[in-house]
Structure formats: C-alpha cells, structure tokens
Design a protein around this ligand. Structure first.
Ligand code: SER
Length: 317
C-alpha cells in the first residue's frame, strides 16, 4: 500500500502530480506538503490531506512522515534555473540542505524517494546531440550544480544505506494548470498563453536553440512508472534521461500557427536565459529509461499543441 508525501505539492509539477497520485492510490493516501506562502486551494485542498512541510525543516518532514505513515516521498521543492542564479544560496538550501533532510528521514523511516534532476544538470562541454545517460556533467548554473549534487547524494544514500532513491532528468515541462516560474524553458509554456489570449509573443530565446521538452501527462507518467518499476531491472537510479520532443522557438511557433494563423512572435533575447539554454543539450538519448523500466512518451509537439490550445481556450475564455 502506498502512502505518499509530496513536498512542493503546489508547484508546477506538484499541483498536477498530487492529483494524479490521488487518482491512482486513493485521495487519503496522498499528502500535499506545502509552504505557508503557497497553500493549496480548490480541488488540491479539498480532495485529500495537506500539511505544512518546509523541506528546509527536517523535523517537519519527519512528523508528517510519522503522522501519515508515509512510505514514499516525492521531493519536488526547488528553485528553477533563472531564479536560482539570483538566489544561489537559497537554491542550495532548498535543493541540497533540503534533500539531505528528506534522505535522512527516508533512511530512518524506510521511505522510497523521488527527487527530480533536469536537463540543467548538463553543461556546455556535455555532448549536446543524443546526450548519453552517462556523460560529462559540469554545469555552471547553481540550478545545475544542485541537480548534479542531487543525483550524487541520492545515489550515495542508495549505495550506502539502501534508501530506495530513483529519479528522472526532466526536460522543460509544458502544462496548462500551474505556470512555471523562473525557468529557462518557461517560454514554451508562455507562448501558448499568448496565442490563446490573442497577444503577440515576445520570445526570449533565439531561433535555432534546441531544448528537450515534454508535456505534463508524460512527465507525471514517467515519475509514477519509475517509482513502480521492478528494482531488479534498474541498472541506473539517479537520474534517468527521458525525452519526448525537442524543438526551437520557430518550430513551436509554427506548430501553434497551424491552429492560430494570425499569431505573431518577435524576438527579444534574454542574455541569461540564452546563455543557460546554449549550455543545455539539444536532445537526450533516453535508451536506458526505455530499456530498464519501459519509458515511452505519448505526446509529440502536434498532439501537445492541440491539447494545450483546447484546455487553455476552455479555461481562459
Ligand atoms: N524547466 C527547468 C528550467 O528551465 C529545467 O529543468 O529551469
């Protein structure tokens, strides 16, 4: 029986992962952990238990785990890449000191732990095309530094203490529920909002800049599938490359224009975002995830675009 705690349950991924896990495992078995400045509302609040759980406070994590007899923690607390550059100390405190707290509680209470890594864990000297599972990871962003450390520390707790840690390297995630904040890949979400609102989109990333992206339903499925996978089949643990689509701004713009013919886009490059995007892979090789736990995405750019436009039109009209 799974009893799950999600830390960061009101964030971009957490808000949808919490609902997905409640659907799969029962509302009462999935606890939404949040910080007071981002309390759950609406369905997220009403559909199941929630608890103030600040990842930087180990005692809070331990008492939630004891209170609800938690056996699995999804640790989603993090600052995204751009905002982490302006608050590097806080990014480390949340990402790494926070992870340490989670892993210590998991060790004591025998919980499995999922703490995502990212395409941001790679750097400029990583092979950018078909980036292998095991390769150079020398990022220069604080976000990347915390993500590489997350992978290493999670593997350390598995190898040394047997804590069941597993993770994926998420690409830019595109969703229509909770917007991301302060990421390099956010443009690929913002562009849909502009298209639906009938506004001209100002793109901060240069034409020709390829990055891996994924539609939220596939991202949620990846997290759940990996945590359900047979551990005997896992050669890797922290963290698996996963991929479903890779595009540049022009390609997503054209995909949207097929459905919104008068949609306009202009470029106004943000130098920090561009520098970060240039240091990230163009496309990941996800063979290990496919072979070790059966990873397979459902959405491509076209099917995601149709769904995003339909959902946003219904919500924003
Ligand atoms: N979406 C993240 C960012 O742009 C990357 O994992 O920061």
């Amino acid at each position: 029986m799974k009893r799950i705690l999600i830390i960061g349950a009101t964030g971009q991924i957490g808000s949808e992962l919490t609902m997905e896990l409640r659907k799969r495992y029962g509302n009462e078995n999935v606890v939404a952990g949040y910080i007071p400045s981002a309390a759950p509302t609406g369905e997220l609040k009403d559909s199941g238990p929630s608890e103030v759980v600040d990842v930087t406070n180990g005692g809070m994590i331990a008492s939630a785990v004891k209170k609800y007899q938690i056996d699995t923690i999804y640790n989603l607390a993090a600052l995204l890449s751009v905002v982490a550059e302006s608050k590097p100390r806080l990014a480390w405190q949340i990402g790494i000191d926070g992870l340490w707290n989670v892993l210590e509680v998991a060790r004591e209470h025998k919980c499995a732990v999922f703490t995502p890594s990212s395409i941001g864990s790679f750097g400029a000297n990583t092979p950018h095309i078909n980036t292998p599972q095991d390769t150079i990871q020398r990022p220069r962003t604080m976000y990347g530094v915390t993500k590489v450390t997350t992978e290493l520390l999670s593997d350390y707790y598995f190898n040394k203490y047997g804590v069941d840690t597993r993770a994926v390297r998420f690409p830019g995630i595109i969703s229509n529920v909770t917007p991301p904040g302060g990421g390099t890949t956010d443009y690929a979400v913002d562009i849909y909002y502009s298209a639906v609102k009938g506004e001209r989109f100002i793109c901060p990333i240069k034409k020709g800049t390829l990055m891996d992206m994924m539609y939220m339903p596939d991202a949620l499925n990846a997290a759940v599938m990996l945590m359900e996978a047979d551990p005997a089949k896992l050669i890797h643990r922290n963290a698996f490359n996963i991929a479903s689509m890779s595009f540049d701004p022009e390609t997503i713009y054209q995909a949207i224009r097929k459905h919104v013919p008068d949609f306009e886009m202009v470029y106004d490059i943000d130098p920090l975002k561009q520098r970060i995007a240039d240091s990230w892979p163009d496309c990941l090789d996800d063979t290990c995830a496919r072979e070790e736990w059966g990873w397979k995405p459902v959405y491509n750019l076209e099917s995601m675009t149709v769904d995003m436009l339909e959902k946003l039109r219904a919500r924003l009209k």
